[in-house]
Design a protein around this ligand. Structure first.
Ligand SMILES: Nc1ncnc2c1ncn2[C@@H]1O[C@H](COP(=O)(O)OP(=O)(O)OP(=O)(O)O)[C@@H](O)[C@H]1O
Length: 486
């Protein structure tokens, strides 16, 4: 026989307590009640619960404190907050404090039943989930900014609310999303990352929602979409700002209805997916410009997490570099990773890392390939040299903290195709330097140099880089891939 599950109901209004106890009782839960914070603490000290429902305002304190205490001391008990109708701030606060979900007053019993079922279901999955340490351990950072971020991740991982992750390119947004998934109750379910900018507009609906055989030319068999693939887990929508407006409407509907309709299907299919999203763009500004739907923005942006750029957490640099070197060495079968010399570390510290952790990884990978000894020197890192007076005037991006433009007369020897070379002003390329190269390769070098310079001037923001180069975002992606620029 299945073990009876139990819930703690905390509310100072007797009518509400009775309503909740009756509803939960009909669902087979054994309920204890408390009308004050003090009583709730006593019950929690004596019993273990599968769920806790708490009101926000209690005679001796705030339900928010109870949420924080439960998520700290009884992380196995999901807690949901009962909030006043329309009090979105309180609901968001509760989620940030570690609540699993919230329910507005007057309590809609169908919504409440759904919430309870979900909590119990997730609890079961959590019990059989592998430890989250493996993924979580990858998110390195000892700085205060990272400690705060990790704390917030641990809290939001418990909830089901959508999380919107903002941060510059390469800062670790996807790793944060993976950590939220790994630390949450859905960790045994799939984590499905999607780069919204990489799916051709005409294929988007079928990619997201799947299609039925014969629904369009080329649909030879039924195909599940990304939502179905993520069922029971997490769908990570990266570069969400790139979604075309028409697709935004369909996505909003899928999130609201918790069901999707595959292309060519007659019926909706229910899906249970947690949505995490990320962008390096200012989505609020896009909303103001009418380029991103406000209703979708509010839907996905229930909790916002900012991942700080690497230059704002300099304390992390030595440890992060060490971790990256360990990982790269292991991948190359090296037993002992090289160390960073003191001058190499100083050089890294004075660099602004517009491409953040990904750029650090690229720099160290290149250094590892080129260095000879067991210690990496500043030279091995080959960071862009500071600008000379002859260099072009710094752009706005440079003034805002990006690295200085490279010297105009950079050595052509650095422009080896396929290598992550330093940005070079394409105007300084001399056909004579590459006279022995075939024409296509000479043209590629010019293209590569122009793209690298634009990337650097635009702080590795691909959308701005594409605009600066006068090409579309997709064309830029294609060229980056073709030229092997990471
Ligand atoms: N705190 C960290 N500790 C260890 N590795 C990290 C950290 N942050 C980022 N990385 C690594 O840096 C690389 C880039 O991270 P990630 O892909 O998560 O960045 P992103 O912000 O999603 O990038 P983009 O904006 O291009 O989508 C990955 O290899 C990731 O593992």
């Amino acid at each position: 026989m299945a073990e009876t599950r139990s819930a703690l109901v905390v509310d100072d209004e007797r009518d509400i307590r009775e309503l909740l106890v009756m509803t939960l009782g009909r669902m087979g839960l054994r309920c204890d009640t408390a009308s004050t914070l003090g009583e709730a603490r006593g019950q929690l000290a004596r019993n273990r619960y599968d769920l806790c429902l708490t009101d926000m305002r209690l005679p001796d304190g705030s339900g928010m404190d109870l949420v924080a205490e439960i998520s700290q001391k009884h992380p196995e008990t999901p807690v949901a907050m009962i909030t006043a109708f329309g009090n979105v701030e309180a609901a968001v606060e509760a989620l940030k404090a570690g609540a699993f979900d919230f329910v507005a007053k007057p309590v809609d019993l169908a919504v409440l039943r759904d919430l309870v079922r979900h909590a119990l279901d997730l609890n079961e999955r959590r019990k059989s989930a592998p430890p989250a340490d493996v993924v979580a351990a990858r998110l390195y950072g000892q700085s205060p900014a990272m400690a705060t971020l990790r704390g917030t991740i641990a809290k939001v991982a418990r909830s089901q609310a959508p999380v919107y992750i903002v941060g510059e390119s390469g800062v670790g947004k996807e790793l944060v999303a993976r950590t939220i998934h790994a630390e949450g109750a859905r960790s045994t379910g799939p984590f499905v990352p999607v780069n919204c900018g990489a799916i051709p507009a005409e294929l988007m609906e079928s990619e997201f929602f799947g299609h039925k055989k014969g629904s369009f030319t080329g649909a030879h068999a039924d195909k599940p979409g990304l939502f179905q693939s993520a069922d029971g887990g997490t769908l990570f929508l990266d570069e969400i700002a790139e979604l075309p407006l028409a697709m935004q409407v369909k996505l909003l509907r899928a999130i609201q209805e918790k069901s999707i309709r595959p292309v060519g299907a007659n019926a909706e299919v229910p899906v249970d997916v947690r949505i995490l999203s990320a962008t390096h763009k200012d989505l609020a500004a896009l909303v103001a410009d009418g380029r991103f739907r406000q209703d979708l923005y509010y839907r996905i942006n229930v909790i916002e997490l900012r991942v700080p750029p690497l230059r704002e957490r300099q304390d992390d640099l030595p440890g992060l570099a060490e971790k990256v070197l360990q990982r790269l060495s292991l991948a190359q079968g090296r037993v002992f990773p090289p160390t960073l010399s003191a001058d190499a570390l100083d050089t890294l510290r004075s660099y602004a890392f517009p491409g953040n952790v990904r750029e650090l990884e690229n720099i160290l990978e290149r250094a590892l390939a080129l260095a000879e000894g067991d210690s990496l020197t500043a030279e091995d890192l080959r960071l862009p040299k500071p600008a000379t007076p002859a260099a072009p005037a710094p752009s706005a991006a440079t003034a805002a903290g990006a690295p200085p433009a490279p010297a105009a007369a950079a050595s052509p020897a650095l422009m080896v195709p396929g290598q992550p070379a330093q940005a070079i002003d394409p105007r300084t390329l001399n056909p004579r330097d590459t006279a022995s190269s075939p024409l296509p390769s000479y043209i590629e070098e010019i293209e590569r140099a122009a793209i690298q310079q634009a990337l650097q001037e635009n702080r590795y923001n691909k959308t701005r880089t594409a605009a600066a180069l006068g090409i579309t975002f997709r064309a830029l992606r294609y060229k980056l891939k073709k030229l092997g620029i990471d």
